[in-house]
Design a protein around this ligand. Structure first.
Ligand code: UT7
Length: 326
């Protein structure tokens, strides 16, 4: 039976580092508050010239190099993002052109912070069905361009970046075991951007009213995030007859250290088996999981045969989990 396997990972973060102390100069916040409430110490932010495809391109190049795959051999490019360079063309198409992946088809998937795992689920299904073989999966978001830099409730949380993986079929008992995705559109207004689409198109008024900025009920999101990430982790483990104790390493969405600790505690997962890098990058939305995966792989934290659990949660609401035998 065909299974999909990750054969290379890559990531790219902006060079510009913005610390909590830097933010103290622009909003009424403190390093102490942000560190204690979120675990974030600094984040990387895109410059005014940089956009999602720039980071995606570099992350993709690293992943292709690690996989030993040429861009022209790709047959599919999937990009999980809610912050494309522009409404269209898709970042998948922009990336196809930048990479010179002329034999591929590219498109985007909109699932906020769950975007990488949603695209991974598509890649997995395409490989299993035999339709596509060499697939580039990217998670990227540049939320710094969508936060109100005068709103301390949101601006301290997010960072920019991209992560990528290359996937191919295998007949070995290794690779993606399962990906579970879910959504509940009734809870969309917990975390959303009201303007800039066809409902409230960009206008002088929409800009004046800040409709193009992220709106979030942080408290509610926090509670639902913990419950949902635990639930979707348990669901995928149960579905595949795997005990939480068998998981070698967890790569969770990086939104808040307190969310990650609460989920780990509920799953009885020791924190030393959980990948955490939000102190350096903040919440990079769809990019958190592939960036954390790439770091863990390059640091040698993930070894042959390890069982990896991934779990994400985001606006939509959306959630997802994945189980991978490395
Ligand atoms: O990928 C999913 C994306 N979203 C999330 O992950 C968000 C999930 N939620 C959270 O991470 C947390 O709810 C926050 C970090 C956003 C907030 O932490 P909290 O412990 O839930 O704080 P709170 O919202 O209950 O606010 C406590 C106080 C408030 O002041 P008052 O009303 O008690 O006087 C806030 O105004 O902290 C204040 N506050 C801040 N103070 C200093 C909120 N943001 C800041 C800030 N600096 N940046």
């Amino acid at each position: 039976m065909l299974q999909a396997r990750i054969i290379g990972t890559g990531a790219c973060l902006p060079e510009k580092v913005v610390t909590n102390h830097d933010l103290e100069k622009i909003v009424d916040t403190s390093d102490k508050w942000v560190t204690e409430r979120t675990g974030i110490k600094e984040r990387r932010l895109a410059t005014s010239e940089e956009a999602a495809s720039d980071f995606s391109y570099k992350a993709a190049r690293h992943a292709l190099k690690a996989a030993g795959v040429k861009a022209r051999d790709l047959d599919l490019i999937l990009v999980g993002t809610v912050t494309p360079d522009s409404p269209f063309p898709s970042t998948g198409c922009v990336l196809q052109s930048m990479l010179g992946a002329k034999n591929a088809v590219g498109f985007d998937v909109s699932a906020t912070c769950s975007g990488f795992l949603y695209t991974l689920s598509l890649a997995d299904a395409y490989v299993r069905s035999g339709r596509y073989k060499k697939i580039l999966v990217v998670g990227t978001d540049i939320l710094s361009k969508f936060v109100d830099w005068e709103d301390r409730n949101t601006c301290v949380l997010f960072g920019d970046g991209a992560g990528a993986v290359v996937i191919e079929p295998t007949t070995k008992q290794k690779g993606i075991i399962d990906v579970v995705i879910g959504s509940d559109g009734r809870l969309g207004d917990m975390l959303y951007i009201p303007g800039g689409g066809s409902r409230i198109p960009a206008s002088k008024e929409s800009i004046r009213d800040g409709q193009h900025f992220i709106k979030m009920n942080g408290n509610e999101v926090f509670k639902v995030a913990v419950k949902t990430m635990e639930r979707v982790s348990r669901e995928i483990l149960k579905k595949n007859n795997i005990d939480p104790g068998e998981v070698s390493i967890m790569v969770p969405h990086q939104a808040n250290i307190r969310i990650i600790q609460a989920v780990a505690k509920r799953l009885k997962m020791p924190m030393e088996n959980v990948v955490v890098n939000l102190d350096k990058y903040g919440n990079t939305s769809a990019a958190t999981i592939p960036i954390a995966l790439d770091e863990a792989v390059r640091e040698g934290r993930i070894r042959d045969g390890d069982l990896i659990l991934m779990a994400a949660f985001g606006g939509g609401l959306t959630w997802a989990s994945a189980l991978i035998r490395w």
